[in-house]
Design a protein around this ligand. Structure first.
Ligand code: MOS
Length: 728
């Protein structure tokens, strides 16, 4: 199905199942421990041997010698994979560094060997006997130093490195009120609960990988490319994922090494990246240095906006696109945005939890708070005054929907913003200094081609199969809701199969595009199936109606089960997006409000209340969408107050590379969270009229917290995370 016209009235609009707060259908499996994760597929490969990954002990240089003698002789050892035994490996499209290093080493903890043994303990013990000698090169580990000579870099190779509208320098010089400030965000790690894990099994030339991966088709392609085998010989199976956060958008060393280990050992091999290895072995969100300059008139209208961001990555990597929201969020005639990309020899940077906007808004929305104060304006009002209904870089190009002002107004009302004292450090509750902060939330809506197969069997059960994934987001449920709505059956009559590369290729889970795109693909397949049903019954497809498990036309009514017959009926289709997204800008918006307490004596910061008001198209399932948003708000608390990878700048690695030392919020850190979704349907986004909401929930939260801390304590911190030592 080609989607190139705004969506009209369609079966989704019935809203019998869609739009209802529905429990996750996979919830009971996950909470009772019966959802099998990749590493637990004992049923699939009962004879699997265990792999243990050895990571490089240097950040840059090469291996001069590797002595495997003792390891090979250790009890239970079946195989040892190294660059020498693996044969030529091609770097995948989605990795910056090779997943198996040697002799050249590109980053600390890059995999250099996999020991395969009968038991995990034997593999681990043998791995400790491997002796590796290195010649260490001088690496580049300091972002500030590296940025001094770093070149400008566009979002991708085709994008212009600098975006300019009007004459920023002139307008900034002339502005009566201005701000010029530098903001810093640190390197951060996904730190999801389930580590990267895979079981590999070969049947002749055919490889099956039970793995944990967000983007099945990308992964399948990269496994085939890396190993130099045909794509058709690779099958990825990933029905349950214990969190991805962007860290599992791409296959990592566990998958490739398990495949190589299984080949060498001649039996299935399972590999979970050991937790202390994960943070340096896989990807992370790169640190940023962001300079923001804002100029405004006395009326509070922005006349000049500049946002320049610098980040670093391994050679061949990309920038953290922290300026993208600044191109779209506020009006202002004179604008400049640019990025610099430094070469660093730290582990690989890549997408993590709303890449770009999440760290970008942590700077921009604090700058907006600082500017509002200089203007002596309420920060909610300052944002409203600078709203735009058109793309500020391409005047005339509208937003398909833009309810930022409504989000801010509703949020201010519900949160009790009028109670806020604009003068910092003026509200006290016992030993706590109390403050409120606000920030705009912004995240783009991306659409991706997405396919599915839908069938009805003789019992009237509808089965959807697609390689779409559920990373804890509720995909199973919203896909079931979509099929139930379109086929006119209750939710219990729908069975959803996900995460298998033998199913039609879907959008996958990333960039908050999964919900809208994948359900639209299911919608397309269901509409095709409806046609097949109508045709089989000789019904006129124009007046055919699917409801209550029956198909009706005129005065004829046939149960779906009967229509399907013994052989059943099925249809496959995909949604393909035309250039609607070019005609109008599709984005999602939020107003984030936070109240914090700052201990007047110790500087300890506690979140007291949080509210997000979101406008993100049709909300397919308010319950799972709310869960997405409160999870994202929690990530915002982590980003604002805790999360930071500490770099050893002598040796080039992240020191706090486990869950004991990489701090994330726990339940005790999170108070009352409230989420409000504004009524919105977006006919430009898809037949579902929905958009993404998961990452939106994070975008802006960090700044709202920083602004609340300022309002509480009078201390303006521009370096995240905001820890108590910085407040005191
Ligand atoms: Mo997301 S960081 O695109 O999985």
């Amino acid at each position: 199905m080609k989607f190139d016209q705004p969506a009209g009235q369609n079966p989704i609009d019935q809203l019998k199942v869609i739009g209802k707060p529905t429990n996750r259908i996979d919830g009971k499996f996950k909470t009772t421990g019966t959802a099998p994760y990749a590493y637990e597929r004992h049923d699939a490969a009962p004879d699997a041997a265990y792999g243990y990954v050895v990571g490089a002990g240097i950040a840059k240089g090469r291996i001069t010698a590797m002595d495997l003698t003792a390891a090979k002789a250790a009890p239970g050892v079946l195989a040892i994979v190294t660059a020498d035994t693996a044969g030529p490996l091609v770097k995948g499209d989605f990795n910056t560094a090779k997943l198996l290093g040697g002799p050249a080493i590109d980053h600390y903890h890059q995999a250099v060997a996999l020991v395969v043994a009968e038991t995990f303990e034997q593999a681990r013990a043998a791995a400790a006997l491997i002796r590796v000698d290195y010649a260490r090169d001088k690496g580049r580990f300091d972002l500030d130093t590296a940025l001094k000579t770093a070149p400008l870099k566009g979002d991708d190779d085709k994008a212009p490195p600098v975006h300019r509208v009007g004459d920023f320098e002139k307008a900034f010089a002339a502005a009566p009120i201005k701000l010029d400030a530098l903001y810093e965000t640190p390197d951060q790690s996904h730190a999801m609960m389930e580590p990267h894990a895979s079981i590999a099994s070969w049947a002749g030339d055919k490889l099956t990988l039970w793995t944990s991966n967000q983007m099945i088709a990308w992964g399948k392609g990269d496994v085939a490319k890396t190993l130099g085998i045909p794509k058709d010989d690779v099958r990825l199976i990933s029905p349950y994922i214990g969190g991805g956060f962007g860290g599992k958008l791409f296959v990592r060393a566990d998958a490739i090494l398990a495949a190589l280990g299984a080949k060498q050992a001649g039996r299935p091999v399972k590999v979970a990246l050991q937790r202390p290895l994960m943070i340096n072995n896989t990807t992370h969100r790169p640190a940023t240095r962001q300079r923001i300059r804002l100029g405004a008139g006395e009326d509070g209208k922005l006349t000049a906006i500049a946002h320049e961001s610098g980040s670093g990555d391994l050679p061949g990597g990309g920038p953290e696109t922290a300026v993208s929201q600044t191109r779209l969020l506020y009006a202002g005639a004179n604008r400049l945005t640019s990025m610099r990309l430094a070469v660093l020899d730290l582990p690989e940077g890549n997408a993590m939890r709303a890449p770009g906007e999440a760290p970008g808004l942590m700077a921009l929305e604090v700058a907006m708070d600082e500017m509002a104060e200089k203007l002596n304006m309420d920060p909610v009002q300052f944002r409203i005054v600078n709203d735009t209904q058109v793309d500020p870089e391409k005047p005339g190009r509208k937003f398909s929907q833009r309810q930022l002002v409504e989000c801010l107004r509703m949020g201010a009302d519900k949160f009790g913003w009028s109670q806020r004292n604009a003068k910092p450090r003026s509200v006290r509750d016992g030993r706590w200094l109390v403050g409120m902060g606000v920030a705009s939330g912004f995240r783009n809506n991306i659409t991706m081609k997405s396919g599915a197969r839908v069938g009805i069997d003789k019992k009237g059960m509808v089965t959807v199969a697609t390689d779409m994934t559920d990373i804890g987001t509720g995909t199973y449920t919203i896909i079931a809701q979509t099929a139930a709505e379109v086929m006119g059956v209750p939710l219990e009559k729908v069975n959803v199969l996900l995460g298998d590369s033998s199913f039609p290729v879907a959008a996958g889970s990333g960039g908050q595009w999964g919900a809208n795109s994948s359900t639209a693909g299911v919608y397309a397949a269901c509409m095709k199936l409806r046609e097949a049903v109508a045709q089989k019954l000789g019904f006129n497809s124009a007046d055919v109606e699917f409801a209550d498990g029956k198909v009706r036309s005129g005065n004829r009514s046939v149960p779906l089960a009967q229509a399907a017959g013994d052989a059943g009926l099925s249809a496959e289709d995909s949604i393909e997006f035309g250039d609607l997204a070019k005609k109008e800008q599709q984005s999602t918006f939020a107003g984030h409000f936070v109240e914090v307490g700052v201990d007047a004596y110790t500087g300890e910061i506690r979140i007291r209340r949080m509210l997000a008001v979101c406008a993100a198209g049709r909300i397919l399932n308010p319950k799972s969408a709310r869960s997405q948003v409160i999870g994202a708000m929690t990530m915002g608390v982590g980003a604002a107050l805790m999360e930071e990878l500490a770099i050893d700048k002598r040796f080039g690695f992240f020191v706090n590379h486990d869950l004991a030392s990489y701090e994330v919020p726990v339940h005790a850190d999170i108070p009352h969270q409230e989420v409000i979704f504004l009524e919105e349907v977006d006919p430009m986004s898809s037949p579902m009229k929905a958009k993404g909401v998961g990452e939106l929930g994070l975008c802006g939260v960090g700044a709202a917290i920083a602004n609340a801390i300022y309002n509480a304590s009078g201390v303006r911190i521009r370096e995240y995370p905001i820890t108590l030592d910085k407040v005191i």
